[in-house]
Ligand binder design. Sequence first.
Ligand code: C2E
Ligand code: MG
Ligand code: MG
Length: 684
Amino acid sequence: MEQAQPVSGALRSAITQVLQLLPDMVLVTDRNGCITLTGDACHITLGYTPAELAAFTFADLVVPEDRPAILTAMASLEAGQAVPAFRTRWRHREGHAVWLEWTGVATPEDGFFFAVLRDLTTQKQQAQLLLESEQLYQALFENSPDAVFVLDTEGRVMSLNSVCTRMTGYQPHEIIGRPFYHFTVTGSSTGAMQGLHQAVAGNTHRAESAIRHRDGTCLSLQVSLTPLSLDGRVVGLLGIARDITDRKQAEEQLAHLAYHDPLTGLANRTLFMTRLEQGLARAVRNQPSLALLYLDLDDFKIVNDSLGHRTGDSLLVEAARRLRACVRPGDTVARLGGDEFTVLLEGIEDTPDAVLVAHRILEALREPYTLDGHKVVATPSVGVVMGNQGRDAKELLRYADLAMYRAKRNGKARYEAFTPIMHEDVMQRLQLESDLRRAIEKGEFQLWYQPIIELTTGRLHGLEALIRWDAPNRGLISPAEFIPLAEETGLILPIGTWVLSEACRQARTWQVDHPDIVVSVNLSGRQFQEPFLAQAVEQVLQETGLEPRCLQLEITETVLMKDAAMTEDTLRELKALGVHLAMDDFGTGYSSLSYLKHFPIDVLKIDRSFVKELGHSRQDSAMVRTVIQLAKALDLQVTGEGVETSEQAAQLRAMECERVQGYLFSHPLPPAEVDELLRSGKQW
Ligand code: C2E
Ligand code: MG
Ligand code: MG
């Protein structure tokens, strides 16, 4: 400030002090533009010491491009014209430009220019940053893979990015200004409104929603709404939506797989049980109640085994389709596995209503199926139970199964409604089964023997071994009571083995004095299907030393007719051992008479039911006569079973029936009484 002669010492010192304090730069120049006074801010902003500044003029300090502007402004000021503040770039000592706002004052009479220079660099940079950040946001907004939109607090769309247009199929002008929930599907709009309120209240809302595309398709979205606040007040919402339709579909497919049967598309057991539980919970609260049907296709196994699994599968698919068509859309049809189906009927008042549906199902599934050119029949057996008959879902399912089982036992292709007696039956059966197991272990069985008599001579031909169970505290139990269960459970195998060897052992002892006596042993269906039956019989004969000609094996007609080809083979193997073979209970199994010719059997035992009618029913008499004639033509012996009256015996004799068996002659006897009978040499 050494050059400033015109300024008085006191004034100069005052000005200098003021200049030091000012945050803005102040430069004072003489008429030639030479700098005469500066404040501290000058060298802070431009980097020059006051001494260095004194060597410059204004024009030297600005960048060349801005120099004309400065000179023009100074000329205007000198001419007494006001010049508004304007921005110029000044040269920093280190070479870079510094933006300064220039305001000048001139006192032409004194030859001074005052320039006030305000540093704009930071302001400029901030503006630049602002600009850049706006661009950044714009870029984010536009390039986001998600749909981004801004809503006002009423939920109206204020702005949106291009993804929104692509996602919805609508043009921006069709969306802007409309409430965003106009685009959601009916089921989602309530949730969208709630989300809006939550976000307007200041909480970010995240939820899944569904919208309808302009083309009508439905899209699943993951949406977040974030409040945009200004001075603590929510002024709008930032929405981000991602299309999760594919993920949702994949999830739904997985869920579907977890709860459905892949073959038929019906509900699986898990889903069925859940629905049943839910239905039961509802039924308790408000009537009406529900019903459960349990179905099993009769003889499905035969279709599967004979026509192959593919055909079996086609049958199941078709059966499922028919089942669905029999019930209302809200009812649940499930495949529990194999050929077992269940139906949950909701809103059913009473058993007759459920039975009506069962009836409809029977009718629909009774129709033959045409599969791969084959006509196949697979009728169902149906069990019906009402929702209030069991304590919970599991119990109901069990009861429905019991009723279905009963329908099977009562002849298949029918329905049975569950009654509590069925449950008691089952409990009794369970008890019987465990008693039977114990009986095998403890040896509680006995064999009694019923004499078979030569009708012409009245002499004893042989003895049929008939099993008796001497159960503790229950007395002798008849085989009719336990053989069927023993068959079902497979317990007949150990029992049958015991019967065979016990009968052979006993026969061997009688053979000593009565070498021609023949002992008959009944074989169950299950035993007959055992692969090594002939070997097992052979082994027993060897072990007991009984001559094969003294053993007769009885197989019921029904068992023999099951699988004719297999039967023939097994019979031949047995026949090869030298034993006699009898077809038991003939007349009950509807055999095709042609089989009689093929099967290597020796004896036909005419069932008691025909013998009983002899003399009463002309038809039965005629049939017995025909059977006897046929048997003779085929070289078979005939035994009449269950002869109780001398009238029946007389008729059989007249028809030339060779042998008889029945209470008229003798009840089954325990071995000791047979001993006595044999010793007595009794004749009838
Ligand atoms: P089945 O082989 O037809 O035996 C004849 C059945 O008729 C016997 O009944 C016998 O006691 C009965 N019976 C004989 N004469 C008369 C009569 O004049 N009137 C009446 N009402 N019934 C008569 P049981 O001993 O109760 O045996 C029933 C069935 O149980 C047998 O029928 C047979 O199929 C089966 N069974 C008996 N023992 C065995 C066995 O050891 N193994 C197998 N698998 N089944 C057996
Ligand atoms: Mg028999
Ligand atoms: Mg019989």
